[in-house]
Design a protein around this ligand. Structure first.
Ligand code: USQ
Length: 416
């Protein structure tokens, strides 16, 4: 009998291709979603570069192409607890994959309404899911999409371990006790703050109620399509390029197509961890296939395959396309230079063969961008969400070289 899995947030950028990938691999999939991502598009007056079909059409296309059925329930898991519990009691899933969170750092920093929405939605969604698993009395494996950003992005001189750190604590009498603790959280945005708080909820429910949990600390996703989303235009994944939701490499590829200079924030020395969307969906499947045993602590994987600096990515895209690279006033509060070394051996041991940056794959994304370039609204390209009052409005979207006294301003800002 095939394994039953609920995909919470299965209409989104990572959730949709994951639902298809699991269904293609024999899982009995049901998506739970409240279409919040589509609503935020409307609120921000922006749209995915790729035209995305309605859920009804998406599921009909999947059935038509593969003969497989994916179920769907429209529900807000952060608000409709009783219905969520009812769904667990009637569907009796073996596992839940939890993507049902507001996932953009810039959106979470836009204003107090967005900060509060992100906290309310993300923390209540996670707590409701955990509560419902306990109340259902079922042994459901929860797989959560976390973020590499929970560790923060200051330079470390050792690889960031997968969730846990071995420390030795000295008592006043000089004795030393070896302990394993959760890696110290260091969120850089309200969004990342919710992921660090999720981790604490997992720690508690795992110890108190014995829930089996896997938390995936994922890097920045790039790429758009998977073999399954490529099967039919109605299965196409969303493609965000705007200043709030577009992630850096996908944004650069769109910018190169529409003739916008590549928007490097500050010096571009920010080093981040990356993963291609094809590997995201494979990692979720590997996590489902390798659950923690009952009684095990929360299993944490670093879900990233390579690290790159923003500057390096801009140079790669510029070399490939001939487009201009420009430094813009950084709307975020972040280190302008950092090194990053990430341990990711657990997924490699489980057989993941990393899809790393290659010209072929970059061109693939660029081709999709070129096909839909007419849908790009250039006014939505700049990042306009400021991290704090120090990032003054007059600098937003302005190339650094056009700012008066820009060097002093940047120095002052980063030292603040
Ligand atoms: N950046 C630019 N220019 C741009 C956009 C971004 O220089 O036009 C810079 C940012 O300042 C930042 C870096 O690129 O230093 C990454 O920004 P991003 O927007 O690609 O990624 P981020 O905001 O960190 O968030 C994304 C996803 C989030 C996920 C996270 C993984 O939206 O859901 O959790 O990546 S991680 O960054 O590892 O925490």
């Amino acid at each position: 009998m095939s394994k039953k899995v609920l995909i919470l947030g299965g209409d989104g950028f990572c959730g949709w291709p994951t639902a298809l990938h699991l269904s293609a691999n024999g899982y009995d999939v049901t998506i739970l979603d409240n279409f919040s991502r589509r609503k935020i598009d409307i609120d921000l007056n922006v749209q995915s570069l790729t035209p995305i079909a309605s859920m009804e059409d998406r599921l009909a296309a999947w059935k038509e192409k593969t003969g497989r059925t994916i179920g769907f329930e429209k529900i807000n898991v952060a608000k409709e607890y009783d219905r969520l519990l009812h769904i667990l009691n009637t569907h009796k899933p073996d596992a839940i994959v939890h993507f049902a969170e507001q996932r953009a750092a810039p959106y979470s920093m836009r204003d107090s309404q967005c900060k509060r929405y992100t906290v309310d939605n993300n923390l209540n969604a996670t707590n409701n899911i955990l509560c419902a698993i306990v109340e259902s009395g079922q042994d459901i494996h929860l797989v959560h999409l976390g973020s590499m950003g929970v560790y923060g992005y200051s330079t470390t001189h050792a690889p960031i371990p997968e969730g846990y750190l071995s420390v030795s604590i000295k008592s006043p009498d000089g004795a030393e006790e070896e302990r394993e603790i959760m890696y110290p959280p260091s969120p850089g945005s309200i969004y990342h703050l919710t992921k660090t708080q999720d981790a604490l909820s997992f720690y508690f429910y795992n110890r108190n109620d014995g829930i089996r949990i896997t938390d995936l600390h994922q890097g920045i996703v790039w790429g758009i399509s998977t073999p399954e989303t490529d099967l039919d235009p109605r299965l196409v994944n969303r493609f965000d390029y705007d200043g709030d939701y577009g992630t850096v490499l996908n944004r650069f590829l769109v910018q190169s197509v529409v003739g916008h200079p590549l928007t490097v924030h500050g010096s571009g020395g920010q080093t981040r961890a990356f993963i291609h969307i094809r590997d995201t969906v494979k990692c979720i499947r590997l996590a489902l296939e390798n659950p923690p045993a009952r009684g095990d602590k929360v299993k944490i994987f670093n879900q990233a395959t390579e690290t790159r600096s923003v500057r390096e990515l801009a140079e790669i895209v510029s070399r490939m396309t001939g487009c201009e690279v420009r430094s813009y006033a950084d709307p975020r509060k972040e280190d302008q230079e950092n090194d990053l070394w990430v341990e990711n051996s657990q997924f490699l041991k489980l057989g993941l063969q990393p899809t790393t940056l290659s010209e072929g794959l970059l061109k693939e994304v660029k081709t999709v961008a070129a096909n839909y370039r007419d849908r790009c609204n250039l006014s939505k390209v700049p990042c306009t969400s400021l991290w704090n009052a120090k990032q003054s409005l007059d600098t937003v979207g302005t190339p650094l070289d056009l700012l008066p006294h820009h060097e002093e301003r940047e120095r002052e800002r980063t030292q603040a």
